[in-house]
Structures are given as C-alpha cells and as structure tokens.
Design a protein around this ligand. Structure first.
Ligand code: HAM
Length: 436
C-alpha cells in the first residue's frame, strides 16, 4: 500500500480528470458505493475458485456481519443498481467510478495491495455495438494519457443459454475432457479447481498449467450461433470505429462473472513486466438477475491508476518539461531593521491575500531566506511570477515583479499588483525552458 504525496498526486488528478472527461463524453455519470460490502457478494459474483476470493480478500467480522473491503468495483455497483431498482427508472444506465480497491496479492511494480481503479459499467444494452463503444472509450482514455503501443485483446466466453445454446457448459465439458487425462501434470491449485471450474486453469500463472493450456480447446470453437453472431457484431463495430485488436482465444480473465465479450488492453511502452495489462473488462449479462434484479445485460471495465501512471510517465517524460503555472510566489526579504520584521510579514501576507482574492494561486514565503534561495524555490514550483518585497520596495511603495518564464522584471506601484499580475500570467512564454 502506498502513500501518494502531493507532487505525485498531481499526476493522479490529471489521470482522473482525463478519465472523467472521457466518461462524461460518453454519457457516464459517477457512482460512489461503499468500500465495504458483504463478503458473500464478492464470493458469489467473483467466484469461489477465483484467486481474488480464494486468497486475496481482506475480510473480517463485525456486528455479526461477514464483511470484505472491496477487491473490485463491479459487484458493488451491480448491488447498488439492484438495490435502488434503477432498472425500473431508465432503460439503460451508464455509471463510472474512481476509487481504491484491496487485494492481498504478492506486491510487484504495478501490483499493489491497495490500488485505485477507474471503471465504467453500462447496464441495459445487450447489443454488440455497446461492447465496441466501451472498448473505444478505453482506448480514448489511454490515448488521452499519451500511452503508446497499445494492444486490445479480445475473446468471447459465450453465454449460458438453454441446452445446446449453452456455450459455457459445452466449453466447460470440453476443458474437462482435455485436462482430466492430464491431471497429474497440472499445478496443485489447478488440480483442485479442475472439477469446480476448469476455466481457471487457463488463467493460471503456473508454468506447468501454461504449458498444458497452450493446446486446450478454444472457446471460439464452441460458441453457439447467437454467441458467434454477437462476437462478429463486436469485431465488425470495432472495425467500423477503426480500433485494431487481436482475437486472443486464451483470454479468460480472473473473475467468474463474465459472459460473451472479454477484453484487455496492454501496453508495451512501459517497463511493467507481467503487470502490463492497463485495462480489463467484459460483459456480465447474468449478474443483475443473480442479484435479484430482472434479466439485465451489462458490460464494463476497470483500469488501474498506478499502472496508467507508470505508462503515462514513460511516454510523456521525455517530451515536455513541466509547464509554468499561472501562479505567483511572494518573496518577503527580511528587513534590515529587526523591529520591522512583523510588519514586513504582514505586508507580504496582505499582498498574497489580494492576489488570492482575485483568484490567483499564490505561495507566500516569509522564512527570512535570501532572495536567491527564494527565487530558486519559486522556479522549482514552476510559478510564473515572483513578487519581491524588500527594503527598497517597502521604502518606495513599489514592488518588483519578476516573470520567471521570460526572465524579465518590472517595478510596479503596489496598488497595481493584481492588475499587472493578471496581465503577466497571460503573456505568452518566450524564454528557453518554456513548455507548450
Ligand atoms: P481486473 O482485471 O481484476 O478487473 O482489474 C482491472 C485492472 O485493475 C487491471 O487491468 C489492472 O490495471 C488493475 N489492477 C488489478 N489488480 C491490481 C493490483 N493488485 N494492483 C494494481 N492494479 C491492479 C476488474 O476488477 C473488473 N471489475 C473489471 C470490470 C468492470 N469488468 C466488468 N466491469
């Protein structure tokens, strides 16, 4: 679990704001659900045999309730959707969320025990074009963060229709047929999960399972006609949107609730190793009904902010220096006369107040530092201007205002501070080191 200090938090805010803007461009509104839910919600929806439920949940008992700190956002959002009978209020709903999730995984770069997800869930639209649209949304977020070398991986798990149309049951049977004679070669986890959920073997990280899974049957070979039509609808809509993808029949994902479309978006541009999956999602047409609502199709995705940040920095760091901020640094130099010190500090503070009253972001430095040190600090903070208040200024009622980006300074009457500063921060940056 990580502390995010202010400098880094600025990049987080940038990522969140790119996401919020794109989500609202597609008509999504924010939902905020509790961080703690009943344990049963997760074990039922994510699957008893998933790694998340079996090994990673932070669960506890309080007031006779079995509770879990959420490992993901989909189940809680679906619970809220059903609990508030949203299905009765509008034909389809588009929700997004931003927040911390908790999984007791083995930590690595891009894999943490508390991590943040940005996610979207769309309820009430069964059509394949909505699958393509949500993938397009993801790509737009990633491109908005200048993340490069993206690959969309796509697969379909099929659905659980009656009889022969039950792709999932037929795929399960095909996997059992394939793995049962090879049982002894599987990892211990996979041997244990074989009868309950053979799909999990395809998602295993164990080298023995990976070797065996290579030749396992593909879900695409057993799709029912309806499921195949849906999948073809998704790929055709992606083609029409100009989104490239690879069909990856081995993609199963680690959670049990998926039906039909599954997707992940990976990047090769950052040094993320096995954690290069920035985004994962898919359709889960059976969850809402399973939670007590009417049969309602749903699709969604989530992205890990920490991974987005690593990938974003990898692609932007070399290209731009930090921009100058339309902000001001008020540098109050220590008066020669020690008795005047308090007055000087108060004057500096009242200058800062005038600037802030006018909506100008402002730092005020009353530490008695040397001018050079204060200018260095103002530069490090990328503040556009520095207002200098020294003995000379105090005597004459004038202020020195330095444009740090253009490396010019002017002397102005203190009464004109706000007006002249507003002008200055609007002046284009010409000096070297300027950012676009
Ligand atoms: P997920 O694949 O488990 O899916 O997680 C989605 C994304 O969250 C991953 O691709 C990754 O970027 C990030 N992530 C997951 N675990 C960690 C971790 N331990 N540390 C850092 N980042 C992590 C879900 O959670 C589904 N709820 C997505 C979804 C929404 N499906 C339908 N709707």
């Amino acid at each position: 679990m990580n502390d995010i200090l202010p400098e880094e938090a600025r990049s987080w805010q940038h990522i969140e704001s790119v996401f919020r803007n794109v989500a609202s461009l597609y008509g999504y509104g924010e939902v905020r659900t509790p961080v703690i839910e009943d344990t049963a919600l997760f074990s039922k929806e994510l699957g008893e045999t998933s790694d998340v439920v079996e090994k990673e949940m932070y669960s506890f008992r309080r007031h006779d309730n079995e509770l879990t700190v959420r490992p993901e956002g989909t189940a809680g959002a679906a619970r809220a959707y059903v609990e508030h009978a949203v299905w009765g209020k509008e034909p389809s709903s588009r929700w997004y969320y931003v927040g911390p999730m908790f999984r007791g995984e083995r930590p690595a770069k891009g894999r943490y025990r508390q991590f943040y997800q940005l996610g979207c869930e769309l309820y009430g639209d069964a059509g394949p074009t909505s699958d393509a649209e949500i993938i397009e949304l993801c790509v737009r977020v990633l491109q908005g963060l200048a993340i490069k070398e993206l690959t969309v991986h796509l697969n379909s798990l099929g659905s659980s229709g009656p009889g022969e149309t039950n792709t999932r049951a037929r795929y399960r049977a095909a996997l059992l047929d394939y793995f049962t004679p090879r049982r002894a070669e599987l990892s211990d986890d996979s041997q244990r999960r074989l009868e309950k959920n053979p799909l999990r073997i395809l998602d295993s990280k164990d080298a023995r399972d990976i070797a065996l899974a290579k030749d396992a049957p593909s879900t695409l070979d057993v799709l029912s006609d309806d499921d195949r039509l849906h999948f073809e609808g998704v790929t055709a809509a992606l083609d029409a949107l100009g989104i490239t993808y690879v069909v990856d029949p081995r993609l199963v994902r680690g959670l049990d609730y998926y039906t039909r479309t599954l997707f992940e978006i990976k990047t090769a541009s950052a040094d993320l190793g096995a954690q290069n999956t920035l985004c994962g999602g898919g359709r889960y047409d059976e969850m809402i009904e399973g939670l007590g609502g009417p049969k309602t199709p749903a699709i969604g995705f989530a992205m890990g902010i920490e991974r987005l940040l690593i990938a974003h920095l990898a692609s932007t760091q070399k290209e731009t220096s930090a921009p100058w901020l339309p902000a001001v640094y008020v540098a109050s130099l220590a008066p020669d006369d020690a008795g005047a010190k308090k007055d000087a500090t108060r004057t500096a503070l009242s200058l800062a107040k005038q600037l802030r009253d006018a909506g100008i972001r402002c730092d005020v430095d009353t530490r008695d530092s040397k001018l050079k040190a204060m200018l260095r600090r103002a530069d490090a903070l990328r503040t556009r201007a520095c207002v200098i208040l020294g003995d000379e200024e105090r005597r004459t009622g004038m202020l020195t205002v330095k444009d740090l980006a253009n490396e010019v300074q002017v002397s102005i009457p203190s009464a004109e501070l706000v007006e002249r500063t507003l002008e200055l921060i609007k002046t284009p940056v010409h000096a070297k080191g300027a950012a676009s």
